[in-house]
Every structure is written in structure tokens, then in C-alpha cells.
Design a protein around this ligand. Sequence first.
Ligand SMILES: CC(C)(COP(=O)(O)OP(=O)(O)OC[C@H]1O[C@@H](n2cnc3c(N)ncnc32)[C@H](O)[C@@H]1OP(=O)(O)O)[C@@H](O)C(=O)NCCC(=O)NCCS
Length: 194
Amino acid sequence: MTDPDLATKPTLRGDLVTLRPFTAEDGPLMGEILSDPEVRRLTGSVASTEEAETPQPVDERLLDWYASRADQPDRLDLAVEDAATGRLVGEVVLNEYDADTLTCNLRTLVGPRGRDRGLGTEAVRLVCEYALGPLGLRRLTLEVYDFNPRARRVYEKVGFVPVATHEAALLFDGVAVAATEMELTADGLSPAPR
Ligand SMILES: CC(C)(COP(=O)(O)OP(=O)(O)OC[C@H]1O[C@@H](n2cnc3c(N)ncnc32)[C@H](O)[C@@H]1OP(=O)(O)O)[C@@H](O)C(=O)NCCC(=O)NCCS
């Protein structure tokens, strides 16, 4: 059996979004998207409202990160573009590749200019179809905080099912937040509505 080719970065086209490899030019706009307080809070990147409202610095580290995404052999980071405008609005990522179980973790984020218009759902569905189809992964896993019902709804629409709950996965503003672990296999993938 051949290993999944995570080194090749595909372009995946949907009706609402295009997923494409990152380039060095994407760093500054990703910095803006990662500075959005909602993104910071809901992805568990910060532990307080004050930190969420502190912008992500667009420094060498961040610029190098996005400039090097296309060269990673063991993970797949794709930019999410709004197909209507061509504007970068977020990312989808397959990371934590496990060769024994052919599993990756999925994470995603969409900034304020892209949210609540169906773009996130299509982006997640496109990357899952690719991952569990041509790429050859068997299973995708993720964690979603219980204070993020929108993301959970998106994952459920695509076919993810809950498999475990982790109490106090995050302390935000001193309050414990649980996280639900979800997973998806090719059999569970729900088709896009026509
Ligand atoms: C999660 C995220 C990727 C979803 O993308 P999106 O483009 O905003 O979502 P969509 O418009 O495709 O779909 C949102 C769905 O959630 C539903 N929804 C919105 N707010 C909701 C809420 N408070 N409770 C339950 N469902 C909600 C919408 O009605 C829609 O479902 P529907 O199509 O059945 O009506 C995006 O909002 C995001 O990145 N948010 C910030 C960071 C984040 O949460 N990342 C995920 C971490 S696990």
C-alpha cells in the first residue's frame, strides 16, 4: 500500500470556495484573519477575552510559517478563497498524520469576511472528500469546544460523529470549557446537497 501523498498540494474547487496551496504572499492577510477575536477564542489559541482582543503579530515567524506551508511533506495546509471574489478568507489543515491508522487531525478557521455564508461547510466538505478519497486517509479526527456550536454544526453536516468528551479541555476567562472529539470515515461522509 502506498502512503498518502501529503506533499502534493492540490487545488480543490467548489461552488463557493477554492482551496489552494499557500504562497508567501498570504502571510499578511492570514495575520489579519488570525487577529480576529472570534477566531482566537473559538480555536482555543488564547485563554482570555483580553488575549483574544490582542492582535496576532505579523512577524517573521508568521510570514515564514505561511511561506513554508507548500513545502511540508507530512501535513496539508490549504488556503480557503471566496470563489466570488478570489479573496483569501481562511484555511483548512490536515495535520498530526498517523501512518499506522492512516488518520489525520482536521482544523479550520474562516475570518469575519468569509463566515456564515456556507463557505466553511463547503471548505470542510471539499478537504474531507479529498482526504478520504484520492489522498487515501481512512479517518479524520478533530476537537470542537462546546462553546462553538456553529463549528460543531458544520462538522455534523459533513458527517463527523462525536466519539468522546473531554471536560475542561480549555480554561477561558477562568471558566472550564469542554471539548467534543469527533471523527469521520469515508462511509460517514455526507454528500453535498444538490
Ligand atoms: C466554524 C467555521 C469554519 C464555519 O464556517 P462558516 O462559513 O462560518 O459556516 P457555514 O456558513 O458554512 O455554516 C454554519 C452553520 O452553522 C449554523 N450556525 C450558526 N451559528 C450557530 C449557532 N450559534 N448554533 C448552532 N448552529 C449555528 C448555521 O445556521 C449553518 O448551518 P446551516 O447551513 O444548517 O444553516 C467558521 O465560522 C470559523 O472559522 N469560525 C471561527 C473559528 C472556528 O470556530 N474554527 C473552528 C474551530 S473547531
